[in-house]
Design a protein around this ligand. Sequence first.
Ligand code: GLN
Ligand code: ZN
Length: 760
Amino acid sequence: MARTHNLGFPRIGAQRELKFALESYWKGQSTRDELKAEGARLRRRHWQDQAGLDLVPVGDFAFYDQVLDMSFTLGNLPERVQGFHGDALDNYFRVARGRSAEEHAQCCGGVAAGEMTKWFDTNYHYIVPEFTAATEFRLDASRLLEQLDEARAQGVKAKPVIVGPVTYLALGKAKDDSDRLALLPRLLPVYAELLETLAAQGVEWVQIDEPLLVTELDADWQHAFNTAYHHLKSSRVKLLLATYFGQLAENQYLAANLPVAGLHIDAINGRDDIVPLLNLLPSHKVLSLGVINGRNIWKTDLDAVLDWLEPLAERLDDRLWIAPSCSLLHVPVDLASEHTLDAGITSWLAFALQKLDELKLLATALNQGRAAVAAELAANRAAVDARRSSPRVHNPAVQAALAAVTSALGRRHSPYPVRAARQAALLKLPPYPTTTIGSFPQTAEIRQARSRYKAGELDEAGYKAAMRAEIARSVREQEALGLDVLVHGEAERNDMVEYFGEQLDGYAFSQFGWVQSYGSRCVKPPILFGDISRPRPMTVDWITYAQSLTGKPMKGMLTGPVTLLNWSFVRDDQPRSASCTQLALAIREEVLDLEKAGMRVIQIDEAALREGLPLRRSQWKDYLDWAVESFRITANGVADETQIHTHMCYSEFNDIIASIAGMDADVITIETSRSDMELLDAFDDFKYPNEIGPGVYDIHSPNIPATAHIVQLMRKAAERIPAQRLWVNPDCGLKTRQWSEVIPALTNMVAAARTLRAST
Ligand code: GLN
Ligand code: ZN
């Protein structure tokens, strides 16, 4: 008999209830008890939603982040919040969000938030555990035990979920550069105590997450796994060691032989692990297969899964468990909430609840035979077949264009030095040219006009007029500031991906397809379901209008194909690279139309290029090759005189600099202000030959940068990059700022550029 279980459930709520409860509590509009009550309500509902599974996760609920929860469970609080006398939940939020020094001058004096970073290759962000050589751990199982009690009182077949010790250490950062692994001997007794506490509560199975096992491991980390699980092996609970997001590959032997009672693997990304594991896995161990994709929103082809799963079920019998590939945290909750998606596309999708239904169906088919669920399987087959053969998915013209792609498409006519001279002659920019990254403040008026337009209260002409007025304001302000290359300000864009997705064929949008990004923040990734084409120009009218208001060059502003891909739910019926190339061909048409309309500078943002890097380094090259080629196809059809910019909002380039240079943009703007220009070391002459705009101030902060500070940063930059190749600009777009912050900040930035020019 195959058993079913789940690794984790989205906690934000189908209507984002947790988001609203958190934000209201943070604003002081509700009490802590009300927030806790909402948490309990959500847990109850989510356990009910998972009823019918043989084991249901408990402890996967977090008010902010499951890794931060684990830090509190292990008593690993950053030193700056230790000894706080207030409520524990408030202290947890202090680490999660920080407290500003100004507002808390009288009380705690403010506290810095914990650093946040991406959870493996997902768009979820966790709070990085902090260590020093002196870190001590002390068990606080209260949260887990409360939730366990609660679950039991509701009759839930509870399986507590915790982050495993090795992954926990690997996810953290040693603030004093000490060796994190040296903490393992201090950490393991606390884990042992935690397991013992759970055993004393009568818990049978504990899911211990070690996704680190799908990454390349140095010998000392491999060794840490052995040390850790041998230390924990005398525990009275059974451990299900959960790996996900990829293949175990060379870690198969290690994972199979750790002394635990069961192993979960991602059977979507790690299908190739299964056969070798069947031979490696000791015969008393449970093998849990993640057969439903926890990372995308497509219906599972149940027939196809059963075809390969049935022989395994026969062979493994009671030792086979089935589950989603990973926690369902990464998908929206319920497709039934969707009323605006058309029925055709809806019938191809499965969100968290639908995925659990699929799981139960598979279990019934395995345990009682396919005939027991013949009608459900037939319905699934019909939906899967309909998607496979739908003319909405397959567009012969796009396929033909894809087949005709050659490397010539991605090549500029002349090398950078030739282009640079031609562009300089045309643009006549001063040394240290100034520009911004694209967006200007999304004011209350802009948001209001947009929501009135969406609600049908404002007609299209009225909406356009409102947006044009905002564009005109941006242009006016930029001229007054004396910036050199202007932007239109992106007033008409709600989001840099959604805006383009809405205008491309092959994309669909859900109404409630929210996925937690961090804390109370959610994103609603567009759904790339079919061959991508651009029925008509998307930005040309807005940009030409903006250009008509000024004699300065106006930058055309686009989102690049790699970013569109990485921030969407994408097709599973073709490689990501194929979808990316289709996006590239569509955005290329827009680039060429902008050029035709007279734009001399075009920026193509690739904010998410780095995010797409595979977990395993050995796969980086393949990804970077097609990602860079997609950018090149998008950008490089223009004449030598047209200046291509790209923008990336992060600051780690060392390991990918050759690929970034390979994009061959004329100018790249990057985020550097917080790293004090040191990261420009990655961009020395040999490695990066084109122009660079290192961000000179942090747009996340309301602080106004001082002119002298900007001058000093740029002088540092000029020690690394020849001055004639430097631009002056902020770290990123300004949409989250107020005009009252933007004006003085840019005034100082322009003044800094003038100072620099005077001294060159
Ligand atoms: N052009 C975009 C903006 O300025 C870039 C945003 C980003 O890189 N995240 O808002
Ligand atoms: Zn950015």
